[in-house]
Design a protein around this ligand. Structure first.
Ligand code: GLC
Ligand code: GLC
Length: 812
């Protein structure tokens, strides 16, 4: 069952009922000011950091669960309704929500009054602009009242939920222009240099800034007293819960429309210009911001600018094939999700509260892989930011806070895969741009410039960390965990409440990871290539010798007969082996070792992928492990803490499905690679939205596995490494346009009957118009013609100064 449809020409997903199985959300903002917004207008706004600088309140873990948003109420005689249906939930006569790239719109009607709402964050301002147009379609004139509503968060979202003894006394506001402009200035009197503003471009007939006054002490936003009475109270908040609400009485003749523009902004002032007069905030910048969006034409042109920006970004990789769903995902939604994950890492979604996790070290490095072609300059800065939090021995904080860019140990350190992801991200950046200068940038350790090294020096630390932290089988030590945060082999937690991520020793001398072995082979080689590019052949040779040792260990101690072992635990027992009672096979080493090339020549790779197909595959995707753990294993940690079929315990953890799909392309299996691609691909499962539940335009972290009661149900949508890895899979391996250090390589691996396709790829200042003919085969370029000349091999030779490449390729 579907709850909407894709409008590919408009680059939008159209939701036709507010009652989606879960809130279906969108992200507004591209740089520093962001909002999450659901199809019923729930959500919240923050500047830079969802924990430390949150502008509006959201209530996670509440009922109903999409609780609080930036709402408009329309009172038309005795009927009160919202364009997004929530929070009043009056049955609407019509409803449509469109989520576009960085904006959302609603078109709803009730009793012959219609409302059109557009909400977006303009390109270069720290504000969210909402344009609302009310139209009277009745035969008689209408007198309606429009109310706005936002509830302020007292900035630190974590503290805001806990520290009531203080917070209920600190709230402060200012109101100007007869109530049209409301300022939230809590803590501005002391150490903050920022305030928020919510203004409307018209005269108002009332306002409120106190939540209790507006709602009535015992009411929720679903039945505000002020709206019921048709009149705001004009109360100035002092402590408790400050809000901002405008009341506008609107008379409309039959057929008449009126438009209002509301702007919610964030303003920072320098220390010496904080005040206009004693106790009165300096509003200069706020006034300028509100003035900028005070008329419809400037709002429309700011939206046009945003749309052009996205069109430009999406023209960097564009495919036309006979497969509409592939085109839609590649050209629109997958790349859009890559931008969102790059911006947010795992910090703020409807499943990530914005107070737990900042920018993950491994997460952000992987997000780069799907984002780097879009805005390489931002990727470059991100690499430097991440590397700046690394420790001198190469290990890493698991996350850093976006506002301060400093690592913190709140969710641990000592995840031994972390260091290698830095090589992955840097190599992807250089293959995309050719910019070797980044390797010579001086980058601090743990933000301490006195111990800086070049970025290449950091990569060496990453490489050496793994090379020198090996266990009894010559495999890399796992530390607290590797990519699978829940494989806590040194933790031995026996008491509830102990964090699996921080409890116990950060490293034991025995527990090893075959997955990290796969990573080391893949990214160790990429490190060696970088060393060569810098002319350091001795280092490249040394690196390759280290890689060889781990490769051999993976093929021996890491091999279980039919598939790769997952790990060795702290007692040196196998994890993910036929010898185990539960958890006999895990997906990660099969996907990653094979995509790294391990066991391809030896015939192990074919076997490993066959085993994946036999033991882990389902109709909704490939599960992370089988059989799922039915009891808690002290020696394995969190992985066995989840009920079977959920999350890391046998869920379809979408992130590693593309690894297996890529691995299949390495072996030339286009049919199977594509089959795996399709199973978790949103556009392909849109039809089963009532089972899948999460948004049909983006990937979710997890789909419940076959052992779970709700097999096929998605959870944790939006912020997942699945976005980047799937884009890498489809764009670089299946469609086969892969950036190498020497130029673009063309080597697709597609299913039989996929048909001919063409790709436009902008790369290092040139445009490549690539057309691929499929003569029935799945893989293997038999002819490559570049600007009329046949070339041998797969790589399009890069020629300085050539701006257009016409490339004709033939498979089979
Ligand atoms: C979560 C984390 C990611 C981790 C994965 C597997 O998605 O964000 O870092 O690799 O879980 O445990
Ligand atoms: C839990 C989750 C995992 C996540 C980790 C870090 O272990 O299962 O997916 O990566 O927490 O927050």
């Amino acid at each position: 069952m579907k709850y909407g449809f894709f409008d590919d020409n408009a680059l939008e997903y159209v939701i036709t009922t507010p009652k989606t199985p879960l809130p279906w959300i969108n992200y507004l903002g591209n740089k520093e000011f962001f909002s999450l917004i659901s199809n019923t207008c729930g959500g919240y706004t923050f500047y830079k950091d969802a924990k430390l600088l949150r502008l509006t309140r959201y209530r996670y873990n509440n009922v109903p669960y999409d609780n609080n948003g930036k709402y408009f109420y329309i009172k038309d005689e005795d009927t009160i309704w919202n364009p997004g249906w929530q929070p009043v939930k009056t049955q609407l006569d019509s409803y449509e929500c469109r989520h576009g790239l960085g904006y959302s719109t609603w078109k709803s009607s009730k009793n012959d009054v219609s409302a059109e709402v557009l909400t977006f964050v303009p390109m270069d301002d720290n504000c969210e602009v909402s344009k609302i147009t009310l139209t009277n379609n009745k035969k008689s004139s209408a007198k309606i009242t429009l109310f706005s509503y936002v509830e302020w968060c007292l900035w630190n979202a974590d503290d805001d939920m806990k520290n009531f003894q203080r917070n209920l006394s600190t709230g402060e506001v200012e109101v100007t222009d007869g109530g049209s402009v409301i300022y939230h200035k809590t803590e501005y009197r002391e150490r903050r240099n920022h305030y928020a503003v919510y203004g409307v471009n018209s005269k108002v007939d009332g306002f409120d800034t106190s939540r209790d006054a507006f709602l009535g002490a015992y009411n929720g936003p679903d039945s505000p007293d002020a709206v019921k009475n048709g009149k705001c109270t004009g109360e100035l908040a002092s402590g408790w819960s400050p809000i901002a609400s405008h009341q506008i009485d609107v008379s409309l003749e039959p057929g008449e429309s009126k438009t209002f523009i509301f702007t919610l902004g964030y303003i920072e002032n320098p220390e010496d210009a904080k005040w206009e007069s004693y106790g009165v905030i300096n509003k200069e910048k706020a006034k300028a911001m509100l003035a900028k969006y005070a008329d419809v034409s400037s709002v429309d042109s700011a939206l046009a600018e945003l749309k052009d920006y996205w069109k430009g970004l999406l023209s960097i990789y564009h495919v036309s094939s006979s497969n509409e769903k592939v085109d839609r995902m590649v050209n629109i939604w997958n790349q859009y999700q890559c931008m969102v994950t790059f911006n947010m890492s795992r910090s703020a979604s409807y499943y990530e509260s914005g107070i737990g996790r900042g920018m993950g070290f491994r997460d952000s490095c992987q997000d780069l892989l799907g984002f780097v072609h879009l805005i390489p300059d931002r990727a470059r800065q991100r690499i430097i930011d991440i590397a700046s939090t690394q420790f001198q021995d190469g290990s890493a904080y698991h996350q850093y806070q976006p506002l301060t860019k400093k690592g913190n140990s709140d969710i641990g350190s000592g995840f031994n895969d972390d260091p290698l992801w830095l090589i992955a991200g840097t190599s992807a950046y250089i293959r995309e741009t050719g910019d070797l200068s980044i390797l010579n940038e001086m980058v601090p350790f743990d933000n301490d410039m006195s111990v800086a090294k070049t970025l290449m020096g950091h990569l060496k630390c990453s490489f050496d960390f793994t090379a020198t932290h090996k266990g009894p089988h010559g495999l890399p030590l796992i530390g607290r965990a590797d990519w699978n945060d829940c494989l806590n082999l040194n933790c031995f937690s026996e008491h509830p409440g102990e964090s699996f991520q921080t409890f116990g020793p950060s490293e034991g001398p025995v527990a090893e990871s075959v997955f990290i072995a796969g990573m080391f082979v893949k990214y160790g080689e990429e490190y060696a290539e970088l060393a060569e590019l810098l002319g350091d052949n001795a280092e490249a040779e040394r690196a390759r010798a280290e890689v060889k040792k781990v490769y051999d260990a993976a093929c021996t101690a890491g091999w279980d007969g039919e598939w790769f072992v997952r790990a060795y635990d702290a007692n040196s027992n196998k994890v993910g082996s036929k010898e185990c009672e539960e958890g006999q096979i895990f997906i990660e080493p099969q996907g990653f070792c094979v995509l790294a090339g391990i066991g391809v020549e030896e015939g192990l790779a074919e076997k490993a992928l066959k085993s994946v197909e036999e033991k882990l595959d389902t109709k909704y995707g490939v599960m992370i492990l089988q059989p799922a753990y039915t009891k808690y294993h002290l020696e394995l940690g969190e992985v066995s803490s989840y009920p079977p079929g959920y999350k890391e315990n046998g869920g379809i953890f979408c992130h590693n499905n593309p690894w297996v799909s890529i691995a299949e392309t390495v072996l030339g299996h286009g049919n199977r690679a594509f089959e795996i691609y399709k199973k978790t691909c949103p556009a392909y499962i849109e039809e089963i939205s009532e089972i899948h539940c999460t948004e049909p335009y983006v990937y979710s972290q997890m789909v419940a596995g076959k052992d779970a009661k709700f097999f096929g149900q998605g959870k944790n949508s939006w912020l997942t490494g699945t976005a980047a890895w799937t884009f890498v899979n489809i764009s670089q391996y299946i469609l086969g346009v892969y950036p190498t250090h020497k130029g673009l390589s063309i080597n697709p691996c597609v299913p039989e009957g996929f048909g001919d396709f063409s790709i436009t790829r902008k790369y290092r200042g040139a445009t490549y118009n690539i057309s691929v003919k499929q003569n029935g085969a799945q893989k293997g370029i038999t002819k490559l013609v570049v600007n009329g000349k046949e070339v041998s091999g797969n790589v399009i030779p890069y020629e300085e100064g050539v701006k257009e490449y016409t490339v004709e390729a033939q498979i089979g």
